[in-house]
Design a protein around this ligand. Structure first.
Ligand SMILES: [Zn+2]
Length: 131
């Protein structure tokens, strides 16, 4: 892939942004291992195909990539991201809302609160990504 061969399309911009947001949340959760990063790459590849089929969905890729990575992590790593709001009780993962829409957020259904925008979990948990 040669990025100089053509201007960056809105699709590539959206995918790049989605990748950056989800990686920021993985860093915040300290799970940004190499194999986890590859899960993000896999999702971005799949969502590129998906948006090519349905261009109107370009604004939804960040939430979708977040959910893809969440599902993939559940199989390999466990629940992610763990809810930082509820201090007691069973550890539970946050959910992305809307599942298919713009401006995705992490929410805790147990407490019924919006925790952070996708990409901003670091500020919600008190740890900022270092870069
Ligand atoms: Zn919770």
């Amino acid at each position: 892939m040669d990025p100089t061969s053509h201007p960056v399309s809105p699709l590539e911009q959206a995918l790049h942004a989605a990748r950056a947001l989800v990686l920021a949340d993985l860093v915040a959760g300290e799970v940004a291992e190499a194999d986890v990063v590859s899960l993000v790459e896999d999702s971005v590849v799949q969502r590129r195909w998906w948006v090519e089929q349905w261009p109107e969905g370009v604004g939804y890729v960040a939430g979708l990539v977040a959910q893809d990575v969440q599902d993939a992590l559940l199989e390999r790593y466990g629940r992610w991201p763990l809810c930082p709001v509820c201090g007691s009780g069973d550890p539970h993962a946050l959910d992305v809302e809307p599942e298919l829409g713009p401006d995705p957020h992490w929410v805790c259904h147990k407490a019924g609160v919006k925790v952070a925008s996708v990409g901003c979990l670091g500020s919600a948990t008190g740890e900022m990504p270092s870069s």
